[in-house]
Ligand binder design. Structure first.
Ligand SMILES: Cc1cc2nc3c(=O)[nH]c(=O)nc-3n(C[C@H](O)[C@H](O)[C@H](O)COP(=O)(O)OP(=O)(O)OC[C@H]3O[C@@H](n4cnc5c(N)ncnc54)[C@H](O)[C@@H]3O)c2cc1C
Length: 280
């Protein structure tokens, strides 16, 4: 038998986290699957639960001139209603599961679950997002790529919680998102692809490509992006093979029940070419 703690303030939650060995429970949409039991029986949690979904401190969205701060317990569906959430993140969220799951699942849960197929992750990597990690005595911010160590693994210590996600503002005038799944809705991705570019007078000023489900965590390749920065978009056809070669070495998907490594790699490389060569 496990207990559930329902703190009424964030401070109280941090105290419980510091003193007890608990599982942080936000929307529970990943946890209920991870700890599932035989049909009609209660899930088999092996530790007490710390419910955070009602903590108002974790449900706020704040915008300044330079960044957007999203509370970790914001529901995915709530983010869709906010004017300050970048469209590319909304696009990814609209592709997550079904409305019912989006009404329960949180952005913090999607990040902390650290699935290679987590759909907000490629967008957050492409946007250079940071995360704020808090414990009873400390708070720190780190880049999302440093936060996620691999499937289901993050740098969070037992007494730490993901408090918020910080998205620096940036301008992009070529934007592309594609989730490739077995069907249009309610599918876990075989490949998810995000590309953002700022192109001025045909010159690529900024370019970010982030690909999910093709490695243990999201793939973003500095060498690939650097090969394109300051290049003329009209010369891309001469560069495309070189760029695809760079990405090909870094994309290391696996065969699983959803797809094959070969398919995933081919699709990812073709999406790179599509983004760079097609006028969107
Ligand atoms: C039917 C179904 C379909 C799905 N489809 C998709 C899909 O298409 N795309 C996709 O990306 N995901 C999908 N998911 C997964 C899931 O819905 C999302 O990952 C969701 O965002 C998880 O959020 P949650 O609040 O429910 O997380 P929870 O289940 O509450 O938690 C997930 C993990 O994160 C930890 N955690 C949560 N919040 C915090 C925090 N603030 N600080 C520290 N640790 C924390 C928990 O301890 C747990 O380890 C699906 C799930 C189901 C059941």
């Amino acid at each position: 038998m496990v207990n559930g703690y329902s703190p009424s303030t964030f401070k109280e939650a941090l105290k419980i986290l510091n003193e007890k060995d608990v599982i942080i429970y936000a929307g529970g949409t990943d946890l209920m699957v991870r700890y599932k039991n035989i049909s009609s029986l209660l899930p088999k949690f092996d530790k007490d639960l710390l419910y955070i979904e009602n903590l108002k401190e974790l449900k706020e969205i704040n915008e300044s001139s330079s960044e957007i701060r999203i509370g970790a317990a914001c529901k995915l569906s709530y983010l869709l209603q906010s004017d300050c959430i970048p469209q590319i993140l909304k696009q990814a969220i609209k592709n997550i599961a079904s409305p019912a799951i989006r009404n329960m699942g949180t952005i913090g849960g999607n990040i902390c679950n650290a699935s290679p197929a987590g759909d907000t992750l490629p967008v957050l990597y492409a946007l250079d997002a940071k995360v704020k990690i808090t414990s009873i005595n400390n708070s720190k911010e780190t880049e999302i790529k440093e936060f996620i160590l691999g499937p289901k693994k993050t740098i969070l210590e037992n007494n730490e919680i993901l408090e918020s996600i910080i998205i620096p503002k940036a301008d992009f005038n070529k934007i592309y998102y594609q989730k490739v799944g077995a069907r249009k809705a309610s599918a876990i991705s075989k490949v998810s692809f995000v590309a953002l570019a700022e192109i001025e007078k045909e010159e690529i000023k900024d370019l970010r490509i982030a690909i999910g489900s093709v490695g243990p965590s999201v793939v973003r390749v500095k060498e690939g992006e650097d090969a394109l920065i300051e290049k003329n978009i009209k010369d891309i056809n001469n560069l495309i093979n070189h760029v695809q070669d760079i990405y090909s070495k870094k994309i290391t998907p696996i065969d699983d029940q959803r797809s094959t490594a070969n398919y995933r790699k081919n699709v990812a490389l073709r999406l790179i070419k599509y983004f760079l060569t097609v006028e969107l």
